[in-house]
Ligand binder design. Structure first.
Ligand code: URA
Length: 242
């Protein structure tokens, strides 16, 4: 059977992934610093399958940049993040020209809009989503009526909802106009419906929920339904947990 994947020497793969020069990569291999499919490899000249073999250096999976896709997307309200919605609702894949091997890192509710990251790189997704990395998510929240400072203090401390204390949040009052309070809410966990549940906990209903930032990646000028590749800077900062 002919393989559709590319075979290549380990040192070429590592250098291509930006680990170091090929000569330096040979040294790393000889020194037992490279792990292939769970085993330390010390022989030079080992050939790997770039798509199937898992190569790890300093605890991080190494891959050739061209094999991966990293997208930032402005999800409109009224779309689910699943590939197939059981209720037959519209999904983000109706708006993105990509197959479902590209998945979102975390999810936004059907009624939530804003910044969503998509990738086909599972390791990257795990790193960004893992609560251990504490990557902040910032939301704009519009609430009907005038929200009092005492209510915001409850959210900052961690509101008790269904007998459980929710994680604390950074909450900033932005404005009160035409009967609507606008707030900025920053959380560093990503529990299911976390922001909505926080406001349910203080008896307030959200009129609009928009994610505007993940770590240092901002929604910026992306229009609803638009997407683009992350820049190298955006990607590097996220990998470092910022
Ligand atoms: N919190 C929510 O409640 N919903 C989202 O979609 C994201 C964060």
């Amino acid at each position: 059977m002919v393989s559709i994947f590319k075979m290549m020497r380990l040192n070429k793969f590592l250098a291509g992934a930006g680990v170091a020069s090929r000569r330096k990569c040979d040294e790393l291999i000889r020194d037992g610093k490279i792990v292939v499919n769970g085993k330390v490899v010390t022989e030079l000249g080992v050939v790997i399958n770039e798509k199937k073999d898992k190569v790890v250096y300093e605890g991080k999976a190494i891959c050739l940049p061209s094999s991966f896709v990293y997208i930032k997307f402005n999800k409109p309200k009224g779309y689910t993040c699943t590939a197939n919605d059981e209720k037959g609702r519209k999904t983000i894949y109706d708006l993105i020209d990509a197959d479902e091997r590209i998945f979102s890192i975390g999810r936004l509710d059907y009624d939530t809009e804003g910044l969503l990251l998509l990738t086909n790189d599972g390791d990257f997704a795990n790193r960004v989503a893992h609560p251990r990395n504490g990557i902040e998510k910032e939301y704009r929240v519009n609430i009907e009526g005038e929200v009092k400072e005492s209510e915001l203090a409850v959210l900052r401390k961690g509101v008790v909802k269904d007998g459980e204390r929710m994680p604390s949040a950074k909450v900033k009052w932005l404005s009160f106009e035409n009967g609507v309070t606008k707030l900025s809410v920053v959380i560093d966990e990503g529990q299911n419906r976390q922001v909505r549940r926080m406001f349910e906990g203080i008896g307030r209903e959200i009129k609009l929920l928009r994610r505007v930032r993940i770590g240092s990646v901002k929604l910026g000028g992306l229009k609803r339904g638009e997407y683009r590749d992350l820049t190298e800077d955006e990607l590097n900062l996220l990998v470092r947990g910022k």
